[in-house]
Design a protein around this ligand. Structure first.
Ligand code: FES
Ligand code: FES
Length: 408
């Protein structure tokens, strides 16, 4: 037996399970959540679809032990979800079910499709939903229901604040993801719009980031980082007091729409050399507007790599003079994090200094670009390439070593 702890529908559940128990059986037989149906038990029919760490997955081919530390959401937890409510209504109106056996999995997959791809032109709903089988309806009603909800997507509160479609944008996704709520195909004008002049692009400029001493205490890596921006403190604070705007400047990070009580949920894509991980997690923030001080704490896990992370970022803004003598803002950050699992090697390694400096530089450049961008300008954020990040760090070290050997 293996002892596991899973968050199921918002509640922590601990249990001892055999390694071969699949998640669908665990949900149905241990937790009596029988809304998750089992059809083929081969990953073909989609009846067992649930959400794991915010992404849909087949619970019949997922071992319960592999979900240790994960957040699982079954059909029973979507009662208060506005998008799911809309989807249920549409299924009912379009007669999208008969026996209802496929319906829980179909609803979860359909909601996920609308959430991720409502804005995609020419969305092929039939193909996208081909992983969910229905033996009764002939699919016509199901497709019609999803089309209806897709066309209404911007009016659904759950989507109003979404800045991206698809899985959380990784470092390379920022230039291609929409930055506004999805616009349905049906709402687009029929007559071609007059050609518009391309909005001005904003170029990135380098910003020096100072990294303080890195210490590791009880497995927690701590360091300070600071940089100066050529913008007023009021302008910088207006951006950095908002976690959504901060997340938009951090490569690989995407937050869910704001929730109550300053509770944050989201996803961080990390790619370091051969290791890639997608951390789903949650956190909280506290803010002192008068002191221009903010603290964000969070924790998350990556089910695929088995890595876990927790940490906090604290920053304070102060007025300063820039190199050119103008008014600027100094950003002082204190960062602490703990990594467990395969990615932990990057937490202990002395590569950390180079890595955090590069991440900090990308973040500072993105903040600077957004503050300089006029209305409507295209901001292509500075990115962190996975392999290039590690390669760049190693090349930098090699260059320093050669210079030392050559006595320069
Ligand atoms: S029961 Fe899981 S895909 Fe069919
Ligand atoms: S409604 Fe019966 S299997 Fe889909």
């Amino acid at each position: 037996m293996t002892h596991i702890t899973i968050e199921v529908n918002g509640k922590p559940v601990t249990a001892d399970v055999t390694p071969r128990t699949h998640l669908a059986d665990f949900l149905r037989e241990h937790l009596l959540l029988t809304g998750t149906h089992i059809g083929c038990e081969h990953g073909v029919c989609g009846a067992c679809t649930v959400e794991i760490d915010g992404e849909i997955a087949r619970s019949c081919i997922t071992f319960a032990v592999a979900c240790d530390g994960a957040r699982v959401r079954t059909i029973e937890s979507f009662d208060d979800d506005p998008l799911m409510a809309r989807m249920r209504d549409a299924f009912s109106t379009s007669h999208a079910l008969q026996c209802g056996y496929c319906t829980p999995g179909m609803l979860i997959a359909a909601r996920d499709l609308v959430r991720r791809k409502a804005a995609e032109p020419g969305l092929d709903i039939r193909t996208e939903m081909s992983g969910n089988l229905c033996r009764c309806t002939g699919y016509a009603g199901i497709i019609e229901a999803i089309e209806t909800v897709t066309a209404e997507a911007p009016a659904v509160p759950a989507l109003a604040g979404y800045r991206w479609v698809g899985p959380a944008p990784g470092p390379g996704a920022a230039t291609t993801q929409p930055t506004k709520a999805p616009v349905p195909t049906a709402a687009r004008p029929v007559t071609p719009a007059a050609p518009k002049a391309a909005p001005p692009a904003v170029a990135s400029r380098p910003i020096k980031v100072e990294v303080g001493a890195i210490t590791v205490v009880d497995g927690e890596t701590r360091f300070t980082e600071s940089f100066v921006l050529e913008h007023s403190r009021a302008a910088v604070w207006d951006l950095m007091r908002d976690p959504q705007k901060v997340a938009a400047c951090m490569p690989g990070l995407a937050l869910d729409p704001p929730a109550a009580n300053d509770h944050l949920t989201g996803r961080m894509e990390v790619k370091l050399g051969p290791i890639s991980a997608g951390f789903s997690g949650e956190g909280a923030m506290s803010r002192d507007d008068a002191g221009h001080h903010m603290m964000i704490e969070g924790r998350g896990s990556d089910r695929k790599s088995g890595s876990r992370a927790s940490g906090r970022v604290e920053y304070v803004l102060s007025e300063t003079a820039t190199g050119g003598g103008g008014a600027g803002t100094r950003v002082d950050c204190v960062i602490a994090f703990t990594l467990q699992g395969p990615l932990a090697q990057f937490g202990r390694s002395d590569l950390v200094r180079d890595l955090v400096a590069r991440i900090g530089e990308a973040f500072a450049r993105n903040v600077d670009m957004r503050l300089r961008a006029p209305e409507g300008a295209v901001v292509a954020p500075a990115e962190l390439g996975g392999f290039s990040l590690v390669l760049g760090v190693l090349l930098g070290r090699l260059r320093r070593l050669l210079l030392r050997l050559l006595g320069r």
